[in-house]
Design a protein around this ligand. Structure first.
Ligand code: ADP
Length: 615
């Protein structure tokens, strides 16, 4: 916004400067054209003035010598000598009339020494000069002084303008009178009228008496002094003429050159003219040419208009060019700036990409290191696990050995006792009792064989044959195995089989193993407790049988719920548990098509599984 205002300001200033320059320039040019025009006008005026003067001199020259010729005419001398001879005068009148006609003069007449006209060419006209006295005229006075008289005046009789030549008529040395020729001025004026410039002829007093502009006639070129006015009146030179100054103002341009301001009245514009003057010494005239300077003004105006137009167009073009250049410069600047910004953004981006790449590389390196660490940890873990498994296996082995030892020792001790009893009964011949003892031995060996099967679980994948297993028998078998421990701990066992003869699809030994595990866990959980109750429930529901082992122990801690079925998870002291009991049991139940799970109840733990019922 500020830039725009500055720009506008600059434009305004340059426009003002241009205006000032234009005004000065136009002024100078106008002045120069005007002055130059004046010089041209002056040169032309001089030439024309010269021509005009030549013409005037020619006209005057034609008549100048005529009075002198007539003065020596004997007729005139004689008539002046004998003025009373009427017939002589008549002859002279006719003579003068002829001379006048031939010479194309206005009037030719003869005056005696008193100034009285005694013969005239216009003797026969309405207002003849004959008998009139013109002694007051200066030309008469000059002639009477023996000189050629010249004079311009308006005729007192004819009221017609004329130029007079008078010459003395002498007899011997005596001046008898004067012969006068009046020539016509109108023709001189008319011949040079209708031109651009005006010609003036003024008398020594400055009164214009010949002019190609009739309105200027009898105006004066300078104000007349009272004595001059008086003399004009006395000579009756310009009767009834106003004799007012022609110019309203005048200024001298050069010697003999003046600029006049003429008010022509009639509501028209004042005219400025250049006046050039030259003397005609013989005639006693001043001849002037007045050239109109208006044309110069018009010329200056036209040139000024053209220059103003040209300069304005030039100014506008220059302004447009400057504006274009400025706009281009602005565009260039914007382009440069945007390129720079782009370059900077690019550089920034590159730097960021570089930084990011560096970070990523570092992160990558860290990740790689982490992966390496993890791998190493994994290896360590695997090794540790292997070691653990190994240790566990050894522990299992130890426990199992203890278990096997315990399991086998019990039947073995029983067998030994049955064998001793059998022997005694055989010795006594009590065959039935001996037989019963043998049967018991047989059953015990069968049980020992079953222990072997259980041990195979760890080496064999197969779970053995699945058949119809009566739950009653399995539960009894399991309780029998654990009987010593249960008794020792003082556990109350509640068995609820509904219906009584419930059978399931399973393997007798494996199912017994599961029950042994669950009951052992319950037993162990209730260790140290005053009241120890284990409930074994088998409920047949349609096609299925729900088997549950429940105790009134502390139950499974919330934190261990997810882990108890994991292999090797145990909360028991070393040597007491391996953390395999629930894992193996679950695996066995899965092989029977069920799933072992912990049922959460108010107190204690309840492990449940569902088996396929055999009807
Ligand atoms: P072990 O008996 O060798 O510890 P198990 O797999 O049989 O291994 O049992 C895993 C764990 O489950 C036990 O250490 C014990 O914390 C928990 N547990 C199992 N049965 C019960 C139960 N009846 N009452 C409370 N906790 C039990």
């Amino acid at each position: 916004m500020r830039e725009l205002v500055t720009k506008r300001k600059k434009e305004l200033i340059s426009f003002l400067v241009f205006l000032i320059f234009l005004t000065l320039m136009l002024n100078t040019v106008a002045d120069w054209i005007y002055k130059r025009g004046l010089i041209e006008l002056k040169v032309q005026g001089n030439l024309r003035l010269e021509l005009y003067i030549n013409y005037l001199q020619g006209v005057l020259g034609k008549y100048e010598s005529l009075p002198q010729l007539l003065a020596i005419d004997s007729n005139l001398v004689r008539t002046l000598s004998n003025p009373l001879e009427a017939n002589r005068i008549e002859t002279l009148n006719k003579y003068l009339e002829t001379i006048n006609r031939v010479s194309d003069a206005l009037d030719t007449y003869l005056m005696n020494k008193d100034g009285l006209t005694i013969a005239a060419s216009n003797w026969n006209e309405k207002h003849p000069f004959v008998g009139r006295n013109f002694s007051f005229r200066p030309y008469f006075k000059d002639a009477m002084r023996g000189k050629l008289g010249r004079y311009f005046a308006i005729g007192t009789t004819s009221s017609k303008r004329g130029y007079y030549f008078a010459y003395p008529v002498r007899k011997d040395d005596e001046i008898l009178g004067a012969v006068v020729i009046k020539i016509d001025i109108d023709t001189i004026e008319q011949k040079w009228a209708h031109r651009d410039e005006s010609f003036l002829v003024s008398d020594p007093d400055g009164v214009i008496f010949i002019t190609t502009t009739p309105e200027w006639r009898y105006k004066t070129l300078r104000p007349l002094l009272p004595n001059v006015l008086k003399s004009i009146e006395e000579n009756r030179r310009y009767p009834d003429a106003s004799l007012t100054p022609l110019a309203e103002a005048s200024s001298t341009y050069e010697e003999d050159v003046q600029i006049l301001t003429i008010d022509e009245g009639k509501g028209t514009r004042k005219k400025r003219v250049m006046k050039q003057s030259q003397m005609m010494p013989h005639a006693g005239w001043d001849v002037h040419i007045l050239s109109d300077t208006q044309e110069l003004k018009t010329r200056a105006l036209v040139v000024n208009i053209l220059i103003a137009l040209g300069l304005t167009v030039l100014f506008v073009i220059v302004l447009l060019l400057i504006q274009r250049k400025n706009r281009q410069a602005e565009l260039d600047r914007i382009e440069r700036e945007s390129k720079k910004a782009l370059r900077e953004a690019n550089e920034l981006l590159e730097t960021r990409v570089l930084e990011r790449t560096l970070q990523l590389t570092e992160t990558n390196e860290l990740l790689r290191q982490e992966i390496l660490d993890r791998k190493q940890t994994e290896v360590k873990l695997k090794r540790t696990r292997k070691e653990l498994i190994h240790a566990a296996k050894l522990a299992v082995l130890g426990q199992m050995s203890a278990g096997i030892n315990h399991e086998l020792n019990q039947p073995l001790a029983a067998i030994r006792s049955y064998t001793d009893n059998g022997k005694q009964f055989l010795k006594k011949g009590r065959m039935d009792e001996a037989m019963w003892n043998l049967e018991q031995i047989g059953e015990l060996t069968e049980r020992m064989a079953q222990i072997g099967v259980q041990l195979k679980l760890f080496s064999k994948k197969s779970s053995g044959q699945i058949v119809a297993v009566p739950l009653h028998g399995v539960i009894d078998g399991a309780l029998e195995i654990l009987n010593p421990s249960l008794k020792k701990a003082g556990v109350v066992t509640n068995i609820n089989i509904s219906p009584e003869n419930l059978e399931v699809r399973a393997n007798n030994v494996l199912l017994q193993q599961v029950l042994v595990n669950l009951i052992s866990n319950a037993l162990q959980a209730m260790d140290g407790q005053k009241e120890k109750v284990i409930m074994i429930e088998c409920i047949g529901v349609d096609e299925r049988v729900v088997v549950a082992v429940e105790d009134n122990g502390p139950g499974v801690a919330e934190a261990h719920l997810q882990e108890i079925f994991e292999p090797f998870f145990t909360t028991k002291k070393s040597g007491q548990g391996l953390g395999l009991g629930l894992t193996i049991s679950n695996r066995i139940i899965r092989e029977f098509g069920g799933r072992l799970h912990l049922v959460r109840n108010m107190g204690g733990a309840r492990f449940e599984f569902i088996l396929e019922r055999i009807q």
